[in-house]
Design a protein around this ligand. Structure first.
Ligand SMILES: Nc1nc2c(c(=O)[nH]1)N[C@H]1C(S)=C(S)[C@@H](COP(=O)(O)O)O[C@H]1N2
Ligand SMILES: [Mo]
Length: 197
């Protein structure tokens, strides 16, 4: 028998078609970090992409800031079941950063200042799907949320969006990162509820 929800106020937003299964909406911005917040001086900050040849492509903060900057409006979904709709960021597209990188490898390990890692297929970082974000809601990114800069891969669960990003290392094979070694799903699609494995 069909049960029709009347969508009383409050409930209706929890049933938004933009909300993946098993998620609820939050208006605030929870902080989820596995360890202490590293403080990174942008004068010493560096972002590196490493391919199989060992030739690093690196950007200083100033070089990074000189790249084309995009505005991103997107929903984010944490595996602990909160989702936040319509968030606003500014950052540099991974398409821009990978433009001159030659690689035959299909997987990436993201490495953060502080030691956090997470694995992502290269295809999920390209074609307008991922950014290195340094602003949230018109303000520079708080250190607690990954400032000075974090990875933003909004179509996957938010643990893939590595805060305090330091390097993207090309990998021959998909290997589990920090949370993936602790039981989180290797891929993490919120629409297929790929929470744990
Ligand atoms: N370096 C680093 N990145 C990280 C984490 C972390 O502990 N360290 N936590 C991940 C998890 S589990 C989530 S849900 C989001 C939380 O981001 P927020 O604290 O900005 O909400 O960051 C992800 N990126
Ligand atoms: Mo998370």
């Amino acid at each position: 028998m069909a049960v029709v929800s009347r969508g009383f106020s409050g409930r209706s937003r929890q049933q938004s078609p933009d909300l993946p299964p098993g998620q609820f909406l939050t208006e605030d911005f929870p902080v989820l970090s596995a360890g202490p917040t590293p403080r990174i001086d942008t004068a010493k900050w560096q972002l590196t992409i490493r391919n199989e040849s060992g030739e690093d492509r690196s950007w200083s903060w100033d070089e990074f800031q000189a790249l084309p900057i995009e505005e991103v409006h997107t929903d984010i979904h944490c595996v602990t079941r909160w989702s936040k709709l319509g968030t606003s960021w500014r950052g540099v597209s991974l398409d821009t950063l990978f433009a001159d990188v030659e690689t035959g490898y299909e997987y990436v390990m993201a490495h953060s200042y502080g030691g956090y890692t997470t694995n992502i297929p290269l295809a999920d970082l390209l074609d307008g799907q991922a950014w290195i974000a340094f602003e949230f809601d018109g303000e520079e990114l708080d250190p607690e949320h990954g400032g000075p800069a974090r990875l933003l891969v909004p179509h996957l669960y938010f643990w893939k969006s590595a805060k305090w990003i330091r390097a993207l290392v090309m990998q021959d094979q998909d290997e589990p990162g920090f949370w993936e070694q602790n039981g989180y799903h290797l891929y993490g699609d919120p629409w297929r509820e790929q929470r744990y494995w």
